[in-house]
Design a protein around this ligand. Sequence first.
Ligand SMILES: Nc1ncnc2c1ncn2[C@@H]1O[C@H](COP(=O)(O)OP(=O)(O)O)[C@@H](O)[C@H]1O
Ligand SMILES: [Mg+2]
Length: 230
Amino acid sequence: MSEPDSEALQVTIASPKGGAGKTMTTILLAGEFAAAGHKVLVVDTDPQESASRWYRNSKKVGFALRHIDLISVTDVTALGETLKSARHYSLILVDIQGTASAAMGAAVAYADFVVIPTRPHVFDVDSSLALIRQIELLGGRHRTIPYGVLMNGVSGIDKNTMAFRTALAQLTKAEVQMFDSYLSQRPTFGAIATAGTLYEVDGETRPIKDARDQTNAVAAEIINRLGSAR
Ligand SMILES: Nc1ncnc2c1ncn2[C@@H]1O[C@H](COP(=O)(O)OP(=O)(O)O)[C@@H](O)[C@H]1O
Ligand SMILES: [Mg+2]
């Protein structure tokens, strides 16, 4: 991963579907980039405050969440202020819920990169494709906002199912930007969503190592894409 930058990179995590893995991805990336020495700000714009709960609970049970701060904002004005005053962070991760809010538009329009977690099912893919069209519009006439569809919750069995292959074929056909890496369905990820990061737990077990490798691959792809976009 590259060295921390002096000017904050803003990565927005968006998907039209609840449960697609936005907060999961946000939490994993926060831990990953913080471990690499980045100063990370998580901006939770979801009124359900899942990321905020993860943050509070982590601290309560004794995780330091070193290099990670979190702020909860629910309206577009507060989001704008937050993004402006957070330039001293090296990475800002914005977790957004839904596609209709003004905050969602701003979080995408100002993003350096948008991650779109998608469950490997046809209906989820359909709504992600609609979001991609929205992202293209939000870029306006002069900017192409870089984004990537990230398959989340993939299980070994899933990969051989018709649902998975149909979903993949649909994305390929639509010629959208896909991550090469993906996130498996893992108990380890589920546990981290409640508290902690993959780097503030004992890293010597196979499940933790595998979970780190997978998350690292996603982070590396983001850095790569940002590098080629700048
Ligand atoms: N790859 C995964 N492995 C295990 N559990 C996951 C995974 N992705 C998401 N989850 C769990 O599924 C639920 C929904 O995910 P979440 O990230 O909260 O979705 P969203 O923020 O898009 O609504 C959460 O309980 C989360 O912990
Ligand atoms: Mg969420």
